[in-house]
Design a protein. Structure first.
Ligand code: PLP
Ligand code: PLP
Lengths: 388, 147, 388, 147
């Protein structure tokens, strides 16, 4: 059976070059980078090289990159850190209704601890309104945290414009760029970003490693207390192989960014067009153009999403209902609700994300399978009335 | 397919559900669930002399909801109404060879859908069935089984 | 040149069997374990197997094991979690003067946030006194956190006895078992341990992965907010390869625990005896018998530690001055100070830790090198007066 | 030895330090540093006609302290006192071919140890040297260079 993986936004395979870069550091050059002897220095050198590679992908200085255990830790660190450090200045945070759970649940935790959070609405394409945003700013606003590109519908926010406003108003600006990284041109300086969350396993690196960019002007208290690692900013023996893998993945991502964007955008558009042509009553969710190159989010009216996913799975196709973290409890996603999709449609929505190893033949196979699914299960749907 | 959430029998019923589709002029109809829960099940019955002559279902729901409907409808076809009312979600699960715990509610839904159809039939024909005692079609099985 | 690694307490190489277990999950079975399709289920199954393997090593139930990014995160989570969750009951924590920085700095953070911490003294061998400990308990004591085995001097605490006291008094008991794991028989139930920190890279697993054992009766708030991973207790896409590596390493550690302890203890004793025979004015720090099987901590009077380390390094030998996290700033360790070692001696102390790949020939070479070092640099030490 | 913190010259001086050891009846002696900082350096001088005829050092300290002492003592041997006082830690570092930033204080220590010995010599013989102006042997170089 053909196997087609269309869930690159959930996680990516580790590229061969990335794994090759990591391998010597498991069994041979396994030294602790904090150690002074040769084995330790080898690890440290590799780690600092990786820091540079990651920094280069977002136009940062390498001393502004701190490795973490993933996007979630980066989000937790950034948002809790800024909040608690600036308590005396104010208790107001602005974010959006379509953040990843790593951010939303962190904000909820802060609300339980005396902070006030404004969750900005988004339009039907998933974009925030810059006027709404400016109006939401208060004297007590200490942090703005807005997702760079959404993980479910792929919509890209006007990050540069947001950064101009926050810089002008002197408010710290964090963005969760876990999905944007390697898929969008990012420059933290040009975009006035103060803090930016990254995760390696979304860009063909290993799982369990991420980073937080911290602009040198931002004072951020530590989240993980302990040893003096990461220039005393993030304790814990460094995940050396993970960091090296992240570095290599970042290097590859930078080298082929525009090629990657072009290739993946083409595949995405091919798929959308093909589905639209061949299947009735399908809608595309998210922004028509300002979306992640690889993201397709579609509603297949009248057929429940889990049914679609199961049928695809039986046919070797991996897709998802939105974010992987919630996929074991199929519920209408908060993102689809925020863009105003009716509940039944939200429950009939599927996310396909294409990536570097996707082919048009794969996509043809998926479209064929989707035709069978919609035919078969619409006919037994209590909502469906055949047209014509 | 190693490590499947579902066994082959569930998959088979999901892929080729029995008794799925429309029924013209049913004697009884029952719908349960709501899109909020992500599952809706509709049952149509042909009843003659207290016997379920034919049954069809429609489902907007996940794979196990469809598979549950498929076996549950098989199980009641040809049975008397009282017999059909005795079909429990446990039996549906057994017949399916097991369901993952988070999918047990789907089997409850098929049991409830059948009862709802018979409840409606009883109401219309002013009948009483032992097996309907205490049954409330507005009961939401999701309240019980979700965390 | 011979290469001799004697810093197994800083980190261990990944064993071949461990790496082999991990490899398929980088490029092939790379699915997100939260995903419902086959690739996700494969990862999940492997992850749950690893959870069982780790649980088995400490006699726990697998539902009581939560994977983290390492020992540091486990310590942070346990101590901050218990503290903040039990604020209404009391604000007092008991720990020791010889904890790892992951615990000490976490306690300092809590002190800044309204908690009171008692740091128990230890005797000259590094052991706490059980009477002192009982006397330190107050009505407001909400947590006892005592390191199972110390990372610098290897001293093992009377954990079972501590557990009896905390259980009797109804106080939550956490232990940092990062060094003890795989080196000491651990049974969380028999020892009445409520929370226990672990790290894979100390037992021949990969870096950047650890776990926290949480007794099912203990209510511990989340530290990392976000997705529903780890039974909703620790958010973030799971470090699947890391977890699998940890699981395999735990399995190997359990299988060969007694054999490993015997082999490593023999090597340790061989080394101690050999140094004592051949070099004057050397003292062993820590407990003579209740110490980690692989730990040797020695003072080479009159020669500064960094000099020793550099000379060893030039000769291919990796050893350390104590904990790796502080080794880039050579300072008298808080642990050596706590056991009452005079400052100059503390600065002349070196930790050698032997492990599964150490041989007697390696140790002979190290002893020879140490003889040269002490000869050479004592003669130019301003403190040294030759005997006789 | 790839990625070494230290270059080969530092290692060479560390492994085979010049002018290390005791001196019988020195004309001047100076000690600086304290075990609290982990570094102590002791300098012995033989001085004749204002010229440093011989020099020895002892050090309890890290490798770069030993290497610094080794080159610093080489640098002042045969020099006049005023010339010796002009030797700066920068020159010591240059002579060593560089030191990692966290080890710069070691080179300061050797400069200070030489000055201390000459300071003691000047006091004993009631001499004044231009190069000692503002020099205070109780100054602790660690205060400046540690983070
Ligand atoms: C937008 C976004 N933020 C944060 C995360 C969390 O990253 P990680 O799973 O690496 O912790 C993810 C993916 O899981 C994501 O898509
Ligand atoms: C006793 C002890 N606790 C905690 C840690 C921290 O573990 P990790 O470096 O995996 O975060 C270590 C080792 O570094 C340790 O030896």
């Amino acid at each position: 059976m053909r196997e087609v993986y269309l869930d690159y936004s959930a996680t990516t395979p580790v590229k061969k070059e990335v794994l090759d870069a990591m391998l010597p550091y498991f069994t041979q050059e396994f030294g602790n980078p904090s150690s002074l002897y040769r084995k330790g220095r080898e690890s440290r050198a590799a780690l600092e090289k990786a820091r540079k590679q990651v920094a280069d992908l977002i136009g940062a200085n390498d001393r502004e990159i701190f490795f973490t255990s993933g996007g979630t830790e980066s989000d937790n660190w950034a948002v809790k850190g800024v909040a608690f450090a600036n308590k005396s200045k104010g208790n107001h945070i602005i974010t959006t209704k379509i953040e990843h759970h790593a951010l939303l649940h962190t904000c909820e935790y802060l609300e339980e601890n005396g902070f006030e959070v404004t969750y900005l609405d988004v339009d039907k394409y998933g974009k925030i309104d810059l006027n709404d945003f400016e109006n939401a700013i208060r004297d007590t606003t200490i942090l703005v945290s807005i997702i760079f590109a959404n993980n479910e519908i792929g919509t890209i926010q006007p990050i540069k414009e947001i950064g101009e406003i926050t810089r002008k108003r002197g408010i710290i600006f964090h963005t969760d760029a876990v999905q944007a990284l390697g898929n969008v041109d990012i420059n933290v300086n040009e975009m006035n970003i103060d803090l930016l969350s990254m995760s390696a396993h979304k860009i063909y690196g290993p799982k369990g490693i991420g980073a937080l960019y911290v602009n040198r002007k931002v004072k951020l208290p530590n989240f993980m207390h302990g040893g003096a690692q990461e220039y005393k900013r993030r304790a814990g023996t460094e995940n050396v192989t993970g960091i090296i893998g992240f570095g290599k993945a970042a290097e590859l991502a930078k080298e082929s960014l525009h090629e990657h964007i072009k290739k993946v955008t083409d595949l995405r558009n091919y798929f959308i067009q093909s589905v639209m042509e061949k299947i009735d009553e399908v809608t595309l969710n998210g922004h028509p153009t300002d979306r992640l190159p690889g993201n397709i989010n579609m509603t297949f009216a009248y057929v429940e999403g889990e049914t679609i996913l199961l049928y695809l799975d039986v046919h070797g196709i991996s897709a998802s209902s939105g974010s992987a973290c919630s996929s074991s409890s199929f519920q209408a996603s908060h993102v689809l609700q925020a863009i105003g999709i009716p509940l039944e449609n939200a429950l009939s929505s599927i996310r396909f994300t294409v990536g570097d190893f996707t082919t048009k033949e794969d996509l043809d196979y998926v479209v064929e399978t989707l035709m069978v699914i919609t035919d078969k299960y619409r006919s037994i749907s209590p909502f469906y009335k055949k047209k014509g | 397919m190693g490590n499947n959430m579902f066994n082959d029998k569930v998959i088979e019923h999901f892929m080729n559900p029995h008794n799925a589709g429309e029924m013209e002029n049913p004697d009884a109809e029952g719908t349960i669930g709501s899109p909020v829960c992500g599952d809706i099940m509709q049952i149509f019955l042909k009843i003659e002399d207290n016997i379920i002559k034919d049954v069809k279902f429609k489902t907007f729901g996940c794979g196990s909801a469809i598979a549950s409907s498929s076996v549950a409808t098989d199980m009641i076809k040809g049975k008397t109404i009282e017999e059909a009312l005795k079909v429990t979600n446990k039996q549906v699960i057994e017949e399916l060879g097991g369901l993952p715990s988070q999918k047990v509610h789907c089997s409850v839904l098929s049991e409830q859908a059948i009862k709802t159809a018979i409840y409606n039939y009883a109401k219309e024909h002013n009948l009483e069935f032992e097996g309907l005692k205490g049954f409330d079609p507005n009961y939401d099985p999701h309240d019980h089984h979700d965390e």
